[in-house]
Design a protein around this ligand. Structure first.
Ligand SMILES: Nc1ncnc2c1ncn2[C@@H]1O[C@H](COP(=O)(O)OP(=O)(O)OP(=O)(O)O)[C@@H](O)[C@H]1O
Ligand SMILES: [Mg+2]
Length: 367
């Protein structure tokens, strides 16, 4: 039993503050004490009054916080009644909090810096439509299943598809310029330009603006330093890959191809480009590798070719997994995550295990 649980006597301030460490701000995901939101504790017999400073006056989460505080404090022996008294942080307090959350505005969020434990996995392919986004979200789901913390950065500014794939189109919360990732119905946190524009609205930006937007997502979003951030890259070998490589030298590249020769050729190009940009290529995923006969489970290689093998050989890397074609992958909201235990999901579990078990090497200099 935790030390806040005291037998006999009424509750004391220390035990109340200790218990409040178990209550998280629903938006920021950290506890109220470390966020410096607990501004006072008054105890009269079994009655406890807690002062909480919110980041904004109109915080829609008051009710939830009240409920969570009450529920937690009522677990303490001797507490009979809990009152929550809300105030608002001063501008200075809020600025300090936001700075501490994302490390100031001039640099990338801590997760992207070299010293952070977070591994950044960029999913690249070269050719469009081979399944980068499908691989990105399913890999994230598999890492999550395996108990790793994971978030997704949709770096495909023009063709953002992660929000639709995960079935979460709402706008992110923004507090004082800090953007909070959106959470999908299955609990995956991600950020995408697609969440900033209305559905169906196209973004037409020139490359420098795209780069600026991407930089902003790496700087102004509150990334929680998870074990992994999966970056869904746009097709092509161009600008965005270079930006990611330059800004996040520790990023690792996962190359996606299909078995066909033309996809493999472009994937090799994307892989070589990643290598030239000093990204470490950690492996190749061959998507739409085969179809499973629904009757006997036999693997049918519908597309000819050995794209995965060829790309891996060319890049001096290896195939981390082969994903079967699933007939009912429709691209519909929420329909792109393969069901846990299904054969594609198991293939992703293997890929996730392969990636998680890799020794993380320091950036390699190639040129
Ligand atoms: N293994 C699979 N089985 C069946 N359909 C798949 C599979 N992988 C991807 N798809 C489908 O193929 C289409 C393209 O996939 P996806 O959007 O992931 O590719 P992409 O490489 O990210 O494309 P883009 O280059 O446009 O970003 C989607 O409709 C997706 O649902
Ligand atoms: Mg995509």
């Amino acid at each position: 039993m935790a030390d806040w649980f005291r037998r006999g006597g009424g509750p004391d301030e220390k035990s109340i503050r200790e218990a409040l460490k178990d209550v998280r701000d629903p938006e920021i995901g950290r506890d109220l004490v470390s966020l410096n939101m607990v501004r006072g504790v008054e105890i009269k017999g079994g009655r406890v009054k807690v002062g909480i400073a919110l980041t904004t006056a109109g915080c829609p989460l008051r009710h939830r916080i009240t409920q969570d505080v009450r529920e937690r404090l009522m677990m303490i022996e001797g507490v009979r009644e809990v009152e929550v008294d809300f105030g608002v942080m001063t501008d200075q307090d809020r600025q300090n909090l936001m700075n501490s959350l994302h490390g100031g505005k001039t640099e990338l969020a801590p997760a992207f810096r070299d010293e952070s434990k977070t591994r950044i996995i960029a999913v690249v392919s070269g050719k469009g439509g081979v399944g980068k986004s499908t691989v990105a979200v399913n890999l994230a789901a598999a890492l999550d299943r395996a108990g790793h913390s994971v978030e997704i950065l949709d770096a495909d500014v023009h063709g953002a598809s992660v929000p639709v794939m995960l079935g979460a189109l709402e706008k992110p919360n923004v507090v004082d310029g800090v953007i909070f990732p959106v959470e999908s119905p299955t609990g995956l946190k991600f950020i995408s330009m697609g969440n900033f524009v209305s559905e169906g609205q196209a973004i037409i930006w020139r490359a420098p603006i795209v780069n600026k937007a991407l930089t902003q997502l790496m700087r102004d979003v509150y990334w929680d330093e998870p074990d992994f951030i999966i970056v869904d890259m746009p097709p092509g070998t161009g600008d965005v890959a270079l930006t990611v490589a330059q800004m996040i030298p520790k990023a690792e590249a996962l190359v996606v191809t299909t078995p066909q020769a033309d996809a493999a050729r472009v994937a090799m190009k994307a892989g070589r480009m990643a290598v030239q940009a000093h990204l470490r290529v950690i492996g190749v995923v061959e998507n739409m590798s085969y179809a499973e006969c629904p009757e006997c489970g036999h693997e049918m290689r519908i597309f000819g070719g050995d794209g995965g093998e060829r790309v891996a050989a060319e890049l001096g890397s290896r195939i981390l997994g082969r994903i079967p074609i699933l007939p009912d992958t429709t691209g519909e909201p929420g329909r792109c995550l393969f069901e846990e235990g299904s054969s594609p999901a198991r293939a992703f579990d293997e890929i996730a295990a392969g990636i998680a078990s890799m020794k993380v090497r320091k950036r390699i200099q190639v040129l």
